[in-house]
Ligand binder design. Structure first.
Ligand code: FES
Length: 110
């Protein structure tokens, strides 16, 4: 189910049909929740926990390459987790691979 590399472990998180177009879904991975988003045919993974007050980012809405938090609309870039109001702040972003219709996320090995 997973393969180990030197610093990351690729973990199977979902199937592509689990993520509706232009939406997100959250999954438990290695003691945290990771949000997987579909946007324009690409899949992205961010920490699901909004760094403002902890809303689930997977319930946010996707627009222009960002997800807007459902509580107070802070926007985070899907490509790297940057908070759009202050690029010095980021939420965790994870590399994603799709293999045979299954979504794998690179999770840091603790
Ligand atoms: S909890 Fe996400 S913007 Fe406030």
């Amino acid at each position: 189910m997973s393969e180990e590399t030197s610093k990351f472990e690729w973990v199977k998180v979902a199937k592509i049909e689990d993520i509706p177009k232009n939406e997100g879904r959250a999954f438990p991975v290695a003691d945290r929740m990771i949000a997987i988003f579909e946007s324009e045919g690409q899949y992205h993974a961010l920490d699901d926990f909004c760094p403002h007050q902890g809303a689930s980012l997977s319930a946010g809405w996707i627009h222009d390459g960002c997800v807007a938090c459902p509580w107070h609309a802070w926007r985070f870039a899907l490509s790297d987790g940057t908070w759009m109001d202050n690029p010095k702040v980021k939420t965790d972003h994870f590399e994603v691979q799709v293999r045979d219709g299954e979504i794998f996320v690179a999770v840091p090995i603790l």
